[in-house]
Design a protein around this ligand. Structure first.
Ligand code: FAD
Length: 301
């Protein structure tokens, strides 16, 4: 389904993010995860794109398989880094031919082994240019692709000037984005402030809040590295610090994420996007803690 139709039908969206597995075994495991999450009735799911196109085929194949074998709509992530215009054109034409209707257009970061990669060879430097290009393509069914972009409630490290950063986000939206999905955050005040700053900048598209429960101490360290310095409130650090083992950390992390979701719903969030890490337990537990069996029940409340 086109993302515009999803937003028209769902006053609040609930979406789950997966990454493409590397092996057949992990792929089957992921489909067991997806089967376990399907009863929650997400509005859509999304599939990440490995840095520099390292998962180009796996992302494509996973999105196609989700759309073919389940009743879910899948959004395919796509990044600018390491792609020529011919490659981008080929990727989008293949998506369209496969019936993939929606893309999350991202700047991306160079792969770790190519830290000094020469970006002048890329067709697009910033996501804004990719959004414009994706919009210019016919897409599946000749309707054009649905397009999402990333937003950073705590700020993106590539732009320390928060006023300029908001200008960049506004340009990205004006280039044709249908919605913004945010980076994970642990303090809802960061999200509410971001949402208000977007409003002041004249950004009116839906803003989906990115939620990722902490499930282990090592996972927390990885989040801090990958999410470019996620801000962990002192209260959360203290609570995790008290935990005897990772099972206890997961209980604390899931409880924290549940509180975040309840508060976001109370503050009429337009959507919640769960970073699942290809596991179903934490997301299912959050729904259970919220007292519901599906997204439909969350929307109704
Ligand atoms: P951009 O919008 O291009 O912005 C990058 C930086 O450049 C920002 O600091 C911005 O302010 C600045 N900027 C933008 N335009 C201009 C301009 N005209 N002049 C000067 N500066 C400018 N990465 C992956 O590799 N694969 C994924 O699948 C993936 N999925 C993600 C999903 C979500 C929801 C989020 C939040 C992030 C995801 N990322 C993914 C990470 C993302 O690619 C990186 O964080 C990247 O550094 C920023 O991407 P962007 O789309 O915001 O880039």
């Amino acid at each position: 389904m086109h993302i515009q139709d999803i937003f028209a039908q769902h006053p609040t969206t609930f979406s789950f993010e997966f990454f493409p597995p590397k092996t057949d075994e992990a792929s089957e495991e992921l489909f067991r995860t997806i089967a376990a999450l399907q009863p929650l009735q997400p509005s859509f799911v999304s599939v990440t794109y490995g840095a520099g196109g390292t998962t180009r085929d796996r992302t494509h194949d996973l999105v196609v398989r989700i759309e073919r074998d389940t009743n879910l709509t899948a959004v395919s992530h796509l990044t600018c880094v390491c792609h020529s215009l011919a490659e981008m054109t080929a990727i989008l034409d293949r998506y369209a031919a496969s019936g993939i209707e929606n893309v999350l257009a991202l700047g991306g970061d160079p792969p770790k082994n190519l830290a000094n990669f020469d970006r002048t060879k890329d067709a697009f430097r910033y996501a804004e240019e990719l959004v414009r290009f994706v919009r210019s393509r016919p897409g599946a069914n000749g309707r054009g692709f649905g397009v999402g972009v990333a937003g950073f409630p705590e700020g993106h490290p590539g732009c320390p000037n928060r006023l300029q950063e908001m200008d960049h986000l506004k340009r990205k939206v004006d280039a044709g984005a249908d919605y913004i999905c945010t980076q994970l955050f642990f303090d809802n005040r960061d999200f509410y402030d971001f949402r208000e700053r977007c409003d002041l900048a004249g950004i009116k598209v839906p803003i989906l809040a990115g939620i990722m429960p902490i499930t282990s101490k090592a996972g927390m360290v990885r989040m801090a590295e990958l999410a470019a310095g996620a801000h962990f409130p002192a209260k959360l650090i203290r609570a995790v610090g008290r935990c005897a083992d990772d099972a206890a950390v997961a209980r604390v992390g899931i409880s924290w994420a549940t509180e975040q979701c309840a508060d976001l719903l109370h503050h009429t969030v337009r959507g919640i996007h769960f970073y699942t890490l290809n596991r179903s337990d934490a997301t299912r537990q959050i729904y259970q803690n919220l007292g519901v069996e599906s997204s439909a029940a969350l929307r109704a409340g």
